[in-house]
Design a protein around this ligand. Structure first.
Ligand code: C6P
Length: 413
């Protein structure tokens, strides 16, 4: 008989779809808890990638031969699947990029260059990934604009009362993450969007840590831009998505020049293609886009509500277990969290914990997680971070907790 978890999912069966999980690392069964960095790929994604190269590979939008037509159709099919997945109004509002970082850079560079003026303000949050800080600092410097920061409290929640004071007529862009990669905090997107709307500011949501856990409906959220990465949602690496409202994308200049983004080129000048192609210069990562459709199918088949239920169970069990251990301090205790568990251990450097856990087959991330200003806020250099995906189990958390206890006792001797 098949055993279903509380969530209603058959995790043992799901694990069979992930060949990478079935291995030993340093002589111990792999426990992969670095899912916020990138999660693992189901067999159907790996096979779609190989099959594309085996049977359909050709450049897209350029040829009239059969392989080119097949390749183009599969590529555009994924665009439609992404549209549906985040409930965008039109497939033309979906742009393929290299990752969340490139999606944000595209907006900062193209929208920022066109619409920002001297004295304007860009509002980000204290828990942003460097990818949602640095592109804004770069364009702010170019435009003599200013980057301001929404503060957070000790639990890792944005202080909404302070946001009211920071959003003014000068605010032109509010950019923040849907969920934090270091703390797990799920941010109140709709409330902040409503505040931005009062002054006519645009909103960019960094959805890198949200799309594999939470229902995302860009129309309901009323996001102007929504950026995310395929590799954090069981899809291939090197592929990102930018959603943008048509009205904005049409007014924005191209981000890069090259093939495919043009209508006509002469040495006197160029007319640009329509969206989304205007923003997709050069040959895109065709095979990865094609394979990404299978990752979306995988999430849809399981259902986001069931995935979230399982991951929440893992998060709450793991949090309770590690809080029982002497010297362990959980960093990030927001009311609503995705399955990210950051912590520090008194007197032991996070890198040492990470290395000893790896020796026991447990993969966790250590360091500042590309959120150095956030680490400064907590007056720490970094954390140990365990992050869970749908294929993880309660038994793996027991192995992780034991490995952590063993590591701590080694250092306390
Ligand atoms: N965070 C982590 O271990 P890219 O690398 O472009 O796919 O995604 C960047 C990015 C942007 N925003 C958030 C909230 C993120 O978590 C990430 C990637 C990984 O936490 C790698 S640093």
């Amino acid at each position: 008989m098949e055993t279903l978890e509380k969530s209603g999912l058959n995790i043992a069966k799901i694990r069979e779809e992930f060949p990478i999980l079935d291995q030993k690392v340093n002589g111990k069964p792999l426990v992969y808890f670095d899912n916020a960095a990138t999660n693992q790929k189901p067999r159907r994604v790996i096979e779609a990638l190989a099959n594309h190269y085996k049977t359909d590979n050709a450049n897209i939008h350029r040829g009239i031969h059969t392989l080119a037509e097949r390749s183009t159709a599969a590529f555009e099919e994924t665009r439609h699947a992404v549209r549906e997945f985040i409930n965008a109004n039109e497939a033309e509002e979906i742009i393929f990029t290299k990752g969340t970082s490139e999606s944000i850079n595209l907006v900062a560079s193209s929208w920022g260059r066109k619409f920002l003026e001297e004295g304007d303000e860009i509002l980000i949050s204290a828990m942003e990934h460097h990818s949602n800080i640095v592109p804004w600092q770069m364009i702010a410097e170019e435009k003599s604009a200013q980057v301001k920061v929404m503060p957070i409290d000790e639990n890792g929640d944005i202080i909404l009362a302070e946001v009211d004071k920071l959003i003014t007529e000068k605010t032109k862009m509010v950019a923040f993450n849907h969920a934090s990669n270091s703390l797990g905090t799920i941010n109140p997107v709709k409330e902040i969007v409503a505040k931005a709307r009062k002054v006519g500011a645009k909103v960019l949501i960094d959805g890198a840590q949200a799309t594999s856990h939470l229902e995302v409906d860009v129309q309901d959220l009323d996001a102007d831009f929504y950026a995310f990465s395929a590799h954090k949602m069981y899809g291939p690496t090197g592929l990102g998505i930018l959603y943008g409202k048509r009205t904005l994308l049409e007014k924005m200049p191209p981000y890069q020049g090259g093939g495919e983004m043009i209508k006509e080129v002469t040495f006197e000048g160029t007319t640009y293609n329509d969206i989304p192609y205007k923003f997709e210069a050069g040959t895109p990562d065709i095979a990865n886009v094609v394979a990404f459709k299978k990752a979306i199918d995988f999430i849809d088949e399981l259902g986001k509500d069931k995935i979230a239920a399982h991951e929440n169970e893992l998060l709450s069990y793991a949090t309770t277990e590690i809080e029982k251990i002497d010297g362990v301090k959980v960093i990030g205790k927001a009311n609503e969290k995705v399955s990210v568990l950051s912590f520090s251990v008194e007197g032991i450097h996070h890198f040492d914990i990470g290395m000893w856990m790896d020796a026991k087959g447990v993969a966790v991330r250590t360091g500042h997680h590309c959120t150095q200003p956030l680490m400064d806020f907590f007056c720490i250099e970094g954390t140990v971070r365990a992050s869970f995906s749908v294929y993880n189990t309660i038994e793996e958390i027991d192995i992780f907790t034991q490995a952590l206890k063993d590591t701590i006792s080694k250092f306390k001797k």
